[in-house]
Structures are given as C-alpha cells and as structure tokens.
Design a protein. Structure first.
Length: 431
C-alpha cells in the first residue's frame, strides 16, 4: 500500500464524523446522514404490504435485531411503527434499538462476530465495511427502483450492496423579502451562473451579503457538478484535476473575492442556515433539513427553495446525501432481514416516512407524488435526477476533509495545485 494511501486511511475515521456533521449543518443528525426536517409530521399509518412479500412466517418466525441512529422522536416512532406493521404482516418479530454511537456500536458488533442484523450505514463507512466482508450484498434482491446516484453510493466492486433508505439534496434558498426589497422580480430566480452573480451583487447591501455557503466540498461541490465536473468521470474513476472543476472553483473564488458571497464564519455565523435565517445573507446553498432549522430558530424568515443554477454548459448539478439499510454478513436471519428492508423501501412506507419525519424517498417511483404533496420542497426532489454523491472509496472522508481545508483558503490559494493534490489523494484510494 502506498504511503499516500496509508496517510489517507489513517485519518479516515475522524474525517468521516466531520463530514457527516458538515453535511447537515447544525440542523442535522450525526448518526444518520443529513436527515431532512421538512414536511410536518402526520399520523403514522400502516403501509401497504410490499408486492410479492411473503405473509406467512417460517415456523416459529425469525427475530431481528435492528440498530439505527435517529434524528429524534419522530423518526424513532416512524421506524417502530414500520417494524410493528412488518411483524404483523409476516409473523416475524424485531427489536428496534437506538444507538448512542452508531459507528462505535456497529464496529464493536462486527469485531465480536455478533452484529445487529439490520442497521443504518453511512456513505463514509460503507466502503470499508463492504471491503472487509462485514456487509451482506443483497442489492439484487431489492424490489425497488432507486435513483442511480444513490445506488452508486452503495456499490462496491461493481456489486450493489444495500438499500438507500432516503436522501437529501442541496438547493438554492432565497429570502423572498430581501429579494423583493432589492427590486428583483418574484419568480425570476437565478437559472445560470451569470444570473446568480447578478442577483448576489444586487442583494449585497446594508450589511447583507448576497450568498453564503459552507467552505467545503459538500456545498462548493455543487458548482463543480454544474460546471460539468465532479470527483469522478463517467466510468467512476477519480477525475478531479480538470478544466471544468478549475472553472467552477474560480467562479466561486470570484464571488468570494468580490464580497458578494461569503463563508458563514466571515459574517459571524456558524453555518449557511444560520447566516440565511439571521438575515446575514440573502441566499444560501443548503439541504432540505434547513426547513426544520428555520422553523425552530428563525420562523419569521420568508424563503423559497429553487433548483441550483446551471453552469456555463447548461448542466444542472447538486449533491446528494444518504444512508442505507445494511444487513450483517454474519446475520443468521438474512432472509427475514431482506424481507424487512424490502418493506422499508416500498412506495407506501417511503411516503409514510416522509410524512412522519420529513425525509425524501430514495425510490424514483414516488417522486411525483412526493413533490405534489410537498410542493415547497419540489426543487430538492428534482435534484435527485442529476445529483452527485460521494465516491464509494475507502478513505474518501479523509480526502474530502483535506479538500475542504483547501477550499477554506480558496481566494488566496492555488486552485490548480489544490485540484492536483485531491486528484492524487483520490486516485490513491480508488478500488
């Protein structure tokens, strides 16, 4: 193994936690990546039985140990209701456990040879657990159609391992009052980089910066995607040091240098949602979890979420964040575990979870239904069609953390050298 790869893997565990936190801002859950606190909770209804699901349990039935991280009581109650409904339909039983430290508890279970049967898996930890044989590969036994980027996030060595449970994307959040006060036309939201720059210039006045976003790939990476770049090429190989990414970072650096965009810390705030909600910025780039944070902390801030603008070549781009339902390779109840996961990703259950605790369905089959039911968040679900995710490379969290350190100094740093460094680091861990 190369020294560069050793260095990257050595700090990967710490970086994974940092990435999970930064994906969510301060409004997200660190045990389940970027939960979206969006639609108001509704009463839990028993979902329809999945097509083809066996209702007769084997003699005596199976018992599953299910371990999850949770964003709060609403998510816990929703998953428990789904467990109860699955048990009633199949005759199997299950115990739902809420982890205090999901990563630690899963790691300890794997090491002891007695892991939970079913559990949440983050994109940062997935590659290592897939490679070392901790996870069962059961993607070919799932009766659901997922967004391609979500499926790619949980594919290792060309094998689809586990079921994306839900997801979040990033969109452009606009303060409609500040937009109107600046004399901008309602509904004429930015659709190109030129229009975004123009709007940011107009909105930057009286102590308000036009646009704010976190100093990290988890936000700035949207511009790379819009510019026709990203972290990988179409074949899935590391591809960072290219003209598209350079153009994107130069555009972002220009916004920052001109004072019409700012990182949250530069305007006295902790993250994009706080900058936006407090009125320090008129626009931000954030995920659908911002709704819960605004409702809780800045309920009087009027806002609209729209799709991020296209880049110079007309490409739409955003990032997506997700977890999967994983099954332990050492589980003695794999058949029942697969039955349970299929229950959790059926259309009816995915919509119920959205109503209960605000996540977006990971299956494409209910995208239109979800957008119709929650129209104020339609921009986020539309982004699922073209979103990019984190590469499923072991040690990727460490690479992104180092990339983020470079992004913090974007206006004074050497963009070409930064991209070259990240290219080398990412290529070193590529499977």
């Amino acid at each position: 193994m190369s020294n560069r790869k050793n260095r990257i893997l050595a700090i990967a565990a710490t970086a994974a936690l940092a990435l999970t936190i930064s994906a969510c801002g301060d409004g997200g859950d660190t045990s389940a990546e970027a939960p979206a606190e969006t639609p108001a909770p509704a009463e839990t209804e028993e979902p329809e039985e999945p097509a083809g699901e066996e209702t007769a349990a084997p003699e005596g039935g199976a018992h599953l140990d299910i371990l999850i991280g949770t964003s709060g009581d609403a998510e816990t109650a929703s998953v428990q209701a789904a467990v109860d409904a699955w048990s009633a339909a199949t005759g199997h039983t299950a115990t739902l456990r809420i982890a205090t430290d999901l990563t630690q508890e899963l790691s300890q279970g794997f090491a002891a040879g007695s892991p939970a049967d079913v559990f949440y898996v983050s994109t940062e930890l997935f590659p290592g657990w897939a490679e070392n044989g901790s996870l069962l590969a059961f993607g070919d036994q799932l009766d659901a159609t997922f967004y391609p980027a979500l499926e790619a996030s949980f594919t290792w060595d060309d094998t689809f391992f586990c079921a994306p449970k839900d997801f979040s994307t990033l969109a452009l959040i606009i303060n409609t009052q500040l937009w109107s006060d600046a004399g901008l036309e309602e509904g004429a939201w930015p659709t190109t980089w030129d229009e975004l720059r123009s709007a940011a210039e107009t909105l930057t006045a009286d102590g308000v910066v036009g646009l704010s976003f976190g100093p990290e790939w988890q936000r700035v990476g949207t511009f790379m995607a819009q510019g026709g770049g990203g972290l990988r090429d179409a074949a899935g190989n590391a591809d960072v040091d290219n003209d598209a990414n350079a153009t994107a970072l130069e555009f972002v650096a220009g916004l920052l240098a001109d004072g019409i965009a700012a990182f949250p810390s530069a305007i006295g705030t902790g993250w994009g949602g706080e900058a936006f909600g407090s009125g320090a910025s008129a626009m931000t780039i954030e995920g659908n979890w911002i709704a819960g944070a605004l409702n809780n902390d800045f309920p009087d801030t009027p806002w609209v979420a729209v799709e991020l603008p296209a880049g110079p070549g007309g490409a739409m781009g955003t990032l997506q964040f997700t977890n999967c339902w994983g099954i332990a390779a050492d589980s003695t109840q794999q058949e029942a575990a697969i039955s349970f996961v299929n229950w959790m990703v059926q259309d009816a259950q995915q919509m119920q979870a959205a109503r209960d605790f605000g996540v977006m369905p990971s299956v494409t089959t209910v995208a239109d239904e979800w957008a119709a039911e929650f129209p104020q968040f339609a921009a986020f679900i539309r982004g699922g069609a073209y979103a990019q995710g984190m590469p499923a490379f072991q040690g990727v969290a460490a690479v992104i953390s180092e990339f983020n350190a470079g992004i913090e100094g974007l206006t004074t740093g050497d963009i070409a050298s930064l991209l070259s460094q990240v290219q080398g680091d990412l290529a070193a861990i590529q499977p």
